[in-house]
Design a protein around this ligand. Structure first.
Ligand SMILES: *Cc1c(COP(=O)(O)O)cnc(C)c1O
Length: 413
């Protein structure tokens, strides 16, 4: 069956025809029959170079053989126990070893679950009510973080979804990214803030990169006001390097959330941080958190295989960097936009200057992006279907793929 017909049926059976909103490409999304390396093969017989990589997790590419071998080996031993397994301390040791600020970690099943628990934990630890997030930052699909952007630093949060209580998001305040003064002002005015949650490099409207010293200033300001700093590294963890943004920029958050890459393509999330904070998580403390699928052996084994592979191939990040640099060198500011990249995260913004925050991202020419994306698709390139999503490269993108990408960018821009 072809994509158009599959989508017609899906729309009768599932809201919007999809399992997650961003996938509802107009007029209908392509359906993937299988995937390998850097390529997606659609049910319509098309082969695409994938620059979405499932929105970040697949740093080794689709169906990567070391991960496949690990999953296959685990299958014979069962895939869900409801008891602890030796994989848990093994993976916890790996992750805490890679993140100097994480003494302990709790495994969960998604990034959303990780940020939800980290926020609860910050409130439980500090006894304070409010949280601050960065405008345009994405931390998953739970109530506390579904706040409309643009409401300004001093006003109360307004729900960005029906069904979210205004009374709840009133406790979520927002500040602009790359604006330490706004954060300082906000925290001097409000003394009931438990935590600031921030994507150290904004991945869900970006990449939007931190200006020099921004993250350090954020650390100093939150510290001075006794506010916990939560780095949401669900995208940047193991994407920017071993240890993610906190190691790259040398900033120590109090809590960290991880997901995406650490599951090797299977569902996962994790949160961790300082021992005295993590000690409050149930059953060792009063902050409740639990999950049937938490620490499930398949996700852990796929995650361990991925992280071990990255450790065993230390040139990986430099190689990925070289590939995105090659694209930048040809594309640059062609057609009046701006090409932004950091390691294997990149995007062409339809805006003359690289955006520094959410307001500036909103100035991009969305209509132009739409036309560009369709042209790229016609040339066999799958870009995430929104101007606001980061594009990703993987280890499996060959030099030939990069040459094809560069040629397609040149023609389509
Ligand atoms: C993807 C993402 C999440 C949510 O993770 P899910 O596994 O989709 O629930 C949270 N924070 C950031 C920064 C993300 O990119």
């Amino acid at each position: 069956m072809k994509s158009e017909e599959l989508f017609r049926q899906a729309q009768q059976l599932m809201p919007g025809g999809v399992s997650s909103p961003v996938r509802a490409i107009k007029p209908y999304p392509f359906y993937t029959a299988r995937a390998n390396g850097s390529q997606l093969f659609t049910v319509d017989g098309t082969t695409l170079i994938d620059c979405c990589m499932a929105y970040g997790p697949l740093i080794l590419g689709h169906a990567a053989s070391p991960i496949k071998a690990a999953i296959t080996a685990q299958l014979d031993k069962g895939w869900l126990y409801g008891t602890p397994s030796p994989l848990e301390p093994e993976f916890a040791r790996l992750i805490t070893g890679d993140h100097p600020c994480m003494d302990m970690v709790r495994f969960v099943s998604s990034g959303s679950e990780a940020t939800m628990a980290a926020i609860r934990l910050a409130r439980g630890f500090t006894g304070k009510k409010d949280i601050v997030k960065i405008e345009g930052g994405f931390h998953g699909a739970h109530d506390a973080v579904l706040v409309k952007a643009g409401s300004g630093a001093t006003t109360l949060g307004v729900p960005d979804s029906a069904g979210v209580l205004a009374a709840l998001v009133a406790h979520t305040r927002q500040v602009a990214y790359n604006d330490p003064e706004a954060l300082e002002t906000l925290l001097s005015k409000h003394n009931d803030v438990a935590a600031l949650i921030i994507e150290p490099v904004m991945g869900n409207i970006g990449p939007v990169l931190p200006t020099t010293n921004y993250l350090r200033e954020v650390r100093e300001i939150t510290h001075a006001h006794d506010v916990l700093l939560i780095f949401d590294e669900v995208i940047t963890g193991y994407r920017l390097g071993i240890g993610g943004a906190q190691v790259k920029y040398g900033v120590k958050p109090d809590l960290t959330t991880l997901g995406k890459i650490i599951g090797g393509g299977l569902p996962i999330g994790a949160f961790g941080g300082r021992r005295e904070i993590m000690a409050l998580v149930a059953p060792s403390g009063p902050v409740y958190q639990a999950g049937t699928f938490s620490g499930n052996p398949l996700s852990l084994t796929a995650g361990i295989a991925t992280i071990r592979w990255l450790h065993d191939h230390p040139t990986t990040y430099a190689m990925l960097e070289e590939k995105s640099r090659a694209i930048e060198e040809t594309i640059g500011n062609r057609a009046g936009g701006s090409f932004v990249r950091l390691g294997s995260m990149f995007k062409y913004f339809f805006r003359s200057e690289p955006p520094k925050n959410y307001i500036e991202v909103k100035e991009c020419d969305i209509a132009a992006f739409g036309i560009f994306r369709e042209r790229m698709f016609a040339r066999g390139i799958f870009l995430p279907p929104s101007q606001f999503e980061t594009n990703f490269l993987s280890v499996s993108h060959s030099d030939e793929d990069i040459a094809t990408l560069i040629q397609a960018y040149t023609q389509c821009l």
